[in-house]
Design a protein around this ligand. Sequence first.
Ligand SMILES: CC(C)(COP(=O)(O)OP(=O)(O)OC[C@H]1O[C@@H](n2cnc3c(N)ncnc32)[C@H](O)[C@@H]1OP(=O)(O)O)[C@@H](O)C(=O)NCCC(=O)NCCS
Length: 181
Amino acid sequence: MFILESDRLIVRRFCDDDWKDLYEYLSQETVVIYEPYNVFSEEACKQEAVNRSQNDAFWAVCLKENNKLIGNIYFKQQDPKEFLTWEIGYVFNPPYYGKGYATEASRRILQYGFEQRGAHRIIGKCNPENASSWRLMERLSMKREGYFRKPAFFTKSFDGKPIWHDAYQYSILSEEFFSAE
Ligand SMILES: CC(C)(COP(=O)(O)OP(=O)(O)OC[C@H]1O[C@@H](n2cnc3c(N)ncnc32)[C@H](O)[C@@H]1OP(=O)(O)O)[C@@H](O)C(=O)NCCC(=O)NCCS
């Protein structure tokens, strides 16, 4: 299996058996509040693990010390492909917050993107209220390049109206990544 390694982590493709670890965090309301989906049931996680095992945008992040899957990174090339731009996203299991694991895994994915995929630019987006997310991007030396006004909604009000939210966009360029090394 193709894996990426960092000090404390293995970042690898998903496999069908990952559903239990996925369920541990995707079943929690507080984890998915800024995601474009709702909490997952056990059954949905079984299917999601299969889906992710066939989708190379999803990376499972595991602790080296015990192989526990503690979160995931999303890393997908944007269109048009010739612009060599990828988007990064991340969702982790709460007991593993506050230890730098998401930063370490994301940094490894940035390295993979710039060194192995030939990325020119990597972007990330988040709700401005999601300080954990934009602070993570700042730890990665990504720069805030935009504030988008209500570009998207993930939920609707009781009467079916979209609840629009604002978004920050961050980016890092290959020359910035390599000059920081
Ligand atoms: C976004 C998310 C992954 C960030 O998790 P996180 O725990 O804050 O990030 P890290 O794992 O990088 O840990 C960083 C924290 O660990 C601390 N830390 C401890 N050891 C560290 C180390 N070796 N390296 C870096 N930071 C370390 C940092 O100081 C920081 O603490 P602080 O939050 O008090 O400043 C997490 O909040 C999450 O999964 N949220 C739900 C999903 C979500 O909203 N995703 C984003 C949608 S846009």
